[in-house]
Design a binder for this molecule. Structure first.
Ligand code: NAI
Length: 254
């Protein structure tokens, strides 16, 4: 039976993806802070090492596919957002790369956000800190930015850059790597944003062009497609699944 490792498996999009893949007959090894097969805190280097080690042990060193979904919304401490949303992805991609090459599906998906496409990060010291793997500096710059919204957008932008810059090396090893960018999805993370005194009103009021928010299964299905052979030539892509938010915001930039 194929083994698929999913971070953030205890809630929201990750839980929906895990349920969908289990129903399809896959063995899912969930990684989360609690309520998962492997419990680990992705906000710390030690927690990330434990996550990689725990999942590899359960899968016997061979992983068929990987979904990196764990993340913190803009309502959390900016420096923690930096650690979970960027380093909780980048270090796990490094840690699982060899095991994925041994697997049958050879496919990984990172859950980013449509927020990754917002703003101009060209020459940004924060983006440089992320991409240089300098966690201390990225955390300090995020902490200085105040509210978590900037850290959230920067971490999601950087994580898409990190996916795309791996395209050559991973492609050469036959492992496909893609990102999805959801917009507004009905999960606990979104509810926390709606309750936030700074971004809550705007989050609650905004309705995507399709006239509603997504449910987690609508993102899970796209993740399932990207993992599958139906997407056998999709690699290094950012697939926006946002009900039209990005098209509304930037119709002539893509
Ligand atoms: P959620 O809050 O329902 O699930 C996130 C999961 O990540 C939780 O199970 C949580 O325990 C886990 N997690 C958080 N910090 C962790 C840590 N330090 N160590 C281990 N696990 C940790 O949120 P949702 O909405 O399902 O989010 C999943 C992904 O989708 C996130 O990366 C988020 O940024 C992204 N996303 C969500 C959107 C939304 O509107 N819900 C929109 C765009 C992107």
């Amino acid at each position: 039976m194929a083994s698929i490792v999913i971070t953030g498996s205890a809630s929201g999009i990750g839980a929906s993806t895990a349920a969908m893949l289990r129903a399809a007959g896959y063995e899912v090894v969930g990684v989360d802070i609690a309520g998962a097969e492997v419990c680990a805190d992705l906000s710390t280097p030690a927690g990330r090492a434990a996550a990689i080690d725990g999942a590899l042990t359960r899968c016997g060193g061979r992983i068929d596919a990987l979904v990196l979904c764990a993340g913190l919304g803009a309502t959390h401490a900016p420096e923690k957002i930096a650690s979970v949303n960027y380093f909780g992805v980048s270090e796990l991609l490094d840690g699982f790369k060899d095991a994925l090459e041994q697997g049958a599906m050879k496919s990984a998906v990172v859950v980013a956000s449509v927020a990754a496409t917002h703003g101009d990060w060209e020459g940004s010291p924060l983006r440089e800190a992320f991409l240089a793997g300098d966690e201390e500096k990225a955390r300090a710059l995020c902490a200085a930015s105040g509210h978590g919204a900037a850290a959230y957008a920067a971490s999601k932008h950087a994580v898409v850059c990190d996916v795309r810059r791996r395209a050559a090396a991973w492609g050469a090893r036959g492992v496909r790597l893609n990102a999805v960018a959801p917009g507004a999805v009905e999960t606990p993370l979104l509810q926390q944003s709606i309750a936030d005194p700074v971004v809550g009103k705007a989050t609650a009021a905004f309705i995507p062009p399709l006239g509603r928010r997504a449910v987690p299964a609508e993102i899970a299905q796209v993740i399932g497609f990207l993992l599958s052979d139906a997407a056998s030539y999709v690699h290094g892509s950012l697939l926006v699944v946002d009900g039209g938010i990005d098209a509304l915001a930037r119709p002539c930039r893509f």
